[in-house]
Write a protein that binds this ligand. Structure first.
Ligand SMILES: C[S@@+](CC[C@H](N)C(=O)[O-])C[C@H]1O[C@@H](n2cnc3c(N)ncnc32)[C@H](O)[C@@H]1O
Length: 288
C-alpha cells in the first residue's frame, strides 16, 4: 500500500485537528501500518479510497476510527518505574500530612489503555494500613474511545500484564479470566475512566492533587502545548504536582509551572514552591 504525499497530508491534518498530535514527516511511515487493519476490517481496498470516503464525509464514524488508529497508544505498567518511586517518596507523604479530608484525587491524562492508572492504584493498595480510611480517586482519561473502553474493562493479555509487573504483583492484583488477566476489585474501586480531549476544558477544575500527563504532549505544537499546560494547571489544587514523561519538561513551554526545587521530575504551579507559605499567601500569589 503506497501512501501518497497528498493522502498523508490529509490524514495528518485530520489527526492534528482532532487531537493536536502532529504526524511529522519522519513519523508518516506509521500511517501505512496503523491503518492496514482498519482498511481490512472495513473492506476498503486502498488508502486513496479511504481518503475519498473521508473527504466526501459519507461516514463520520470512519474519521473517528482513522484518528484512533493513528494515535500512539504505547504504554505499560509502571512505565519508566522511577517516576512512581518519586511520587511515593516526594509527593504522597506530603499529601498524606496535608489532606485532613483523607481524600486524594489523581488524574492520569492521556491514560491510553489504563496501565498508568492501575499502576497508581497499586501504589496505594500495596500500603493498605497507611491508606486505610482514605478515599483514593484516580481518573484516567484519553481522547481514544477504544483505549478508554479497554481501560474500563481492565483486562490485559498475558504479554501486556507482564510488561512492567513482576510475577508476584501480577498474581496479587490480577485474576485470570477468559480473555486474559483482569484487575481485581480493590484496584478497580480506586479508578474510573472517561473520554476526554486535552484540547478541551478539563474535568473538575482546581481539584487534582497529582496530574500525570506522560508521553502525550510530545507531538503537540508549542501553542497547543502551552494551552494544555494552562488547562491542566486550572484543574489542579494550588499545592498539587504535575508529572511528565521522561524527556518532557515544562521549561520554556509554559509560565504556569516550574520545576519542584525539592523533587526533580515533578512540577508545581508557579509560586507554590515554598511550602512555608500560608494558604492566604498562596491564594494571593495565584490571584484566587
Ligand atoms: C503514548 S500514550 C501514553 C500513555 C501513558 N500516559 C504512558 O505514558 O504510558 C499517549 C496517549 O495520549 C492520548 N492522546 C493523544 N492526544 C490526546 C488528546 N488531545 N487528548 C487526550 N488524550 C490524547 C493517546 O490516545 C494515547 O493513548
Amino acid at each position: 500500500m503506497q501512501v501518497s504525499d497528498s493522502s498523508s497530508r490529509i490524514l495528518a491534518g485530520l489527526l492534528e485537528a482532532r487531537t493536536g498530535q502532529q504526524l511529522t514527516m519522519s513519523r508518516r511511515w506509521r500511517i501505512e501500518t496503523a491503518l492496514a487493519a482498519l482498511l481490512r476490517e472495513r473492506g476498503i481496498p486502498t488508502l486513496d479510497e479511504l481518503i475519498t470516503i473521508l473527504v466526501m464525509g459519507r461516514e463520520p464514524s470512519l474519521a473517528t476510527q482513522v484518528v484512533e488508529a493513528l494515535l500512539n497508544n504505547e504504554t505499560y505498567f509502571f512505565r519508566d518505574r522511577s517516576p512512581f518511586d518519586l511520587l511515593a517518596k516526594a509527593a504522597l507523604p506530603k499529601l498524606y500530612q496535608r489532606r485532613q479530608s483523607k481524600r486524594l484525587r489523581i488524574w492520569s491524562a492521556g491514560c491510553s489503555t489504563g496501565q498508568e492508572a492501575y499502576s497508581l492504584a497499586m501504589l496505594f493498595a500495596e500500603d493498605p494500613v497507611k491508606w486505610a480510611g482514605w478515599t483514593i480517586d484516580i481518573l484516567g482519561s484519553d481522547v481514544s474511545e477504544g483505549a478508554v473502553r479497554r481501560a474500563r474493562d481492565g483486562i490485559y493479555s498475558q504479554f501486556e500484564v507482564q510488561r512492567g509487573l513482576g510475577i508476584t504483583q501480577m498474581i496479587r492484583w490480577f485474576e485470570e479470566c477468559d480473555d486474559g488477566w483482569r484487575a481485581i476489585e480493590p484496584l478497580r474501586r480506586m479508578v474510573r475512566f472517561q473520554v476526554q480531549n486535552l484540547l478541551e476544558p478539563p474535568p473538575h477544575p482546581g481539584e487534582f492533587d497529582i496530574v500525570l500527563c506522560r508521553n502525550v504532549l510530545l507531538y503537540l505544537n508549542n501553542e497547543r502545548r502551552a494551552q494544555v499546560f494552562d488547562r491542566i494547571g486550572g484543574a489542579m489544587a494550588p499545592d498539587g504536582w504535575l508529572m511528565l514523561g521522561a524527556g518532557e519538561t515544562v521549561i520554556g513551554q509554559t509560565r504556569r509551572f516550574e520545576a519542584d526545587t525539592e523533587a526533580r521530575g515533578l512540577y508545581r504551579l508557579v509560586g507554590e514552591n515554598d511550602d512555608r507559605r500560608t494558604g492566604a499567601d498562596r491564594r494571593a500569589a495565584t490571584g484566587g
